[in-house]
Ligand binder design. Structure first.
Ligand code: ZN
Length: 199
């Protein structure tokens, strides 16, 4: 029932106030998150919950399959604000095994607008794995494609004029690639951190 959400919210708010009467007062004054999270929209991968971060501690952008499109004004605005105004120190591009977007990208079916959205994953599949017409993918192969896509998105984000300008202005911000396991609830670092791109 949708009304349950409102009553749960009331309970949550009361609990927070009981723990600290200034909790919302303090939070409403400013946010100083150190992290920007770029993750998948999947309901099973909520940034705050899986990292144990409180409200105010992580700025969040989510889309299907955690992709970086250099023309995505929504994502670029989030990145620019996070880096230039909030001064986040870390950007985490986080994907997850069992991602429906990754699976759909190489599934061979035409689904509509989402096919355009998922193109960067097909590009990674085509360049790093095998031709897209070469039969179905096993779960293990999809996991590898998922990791490769995350690494590719880290690099794509690093190449955006937004990030290039931030680094040129001396901003100390790193971009990390992480993957989350739906089956064990664990995050892993894919060790593809970019602090400043060479070119
Ligand atoms: Zn996903």
């Amino acid at each position: 029932m949708i009304k349950d959400l409102l009553s749960r919210n009331q309970t949550w708010s009361e609990q927070r106030r009981a723990e600290n009467s200034d909790y919302f007062e303090n939070l409403s004054r400013l946010q100083q998150p150190e992290y920007l999270w770029i993750g998948c929209s999947d309901s099973r991968v909520p940034a705050n919950v899986i990292t144990g971060l409180e409200p105010g501690e992580v700025f969040v952008h989510r889309n299907v399959a955690n992709l970086v499109h250099p023309t995505d004004l929504n994502m670029l605005s989030v990145v620019e604000y996070a880096v230039n105004q909030l001064n986040v120190k870390h950007i985490i591009v986080c994907g997850h095994y069992g991602c429906g977007g990754v699976r759909a990208s190489v599934g061979g079916q035409r689904l509509g607008l989402i096919d355009h959205w998922l193109e960067p994953i097909r590009e990674v599949a085509d360049q790093q794995f095998r031709c897209l017409e070469c039969g179905s993918w096993t779960d293990g192969e999809l996991d590898k494609l998922c990791e490769a896509s995350i690494i590719s998105q880290v690099q794509r984000l690093a190449r955006t004029p937004t990030m290039q300008a931030a680094w040129a202005a001396g901003k100390e911000v790193a971009i990390h690639g992480w993957v989350y396991g739906l089956k064990d609830g664990l995050l892993s670092d894919l060790c593809c951190t970019v602090r400043q791109i060479a070119d």
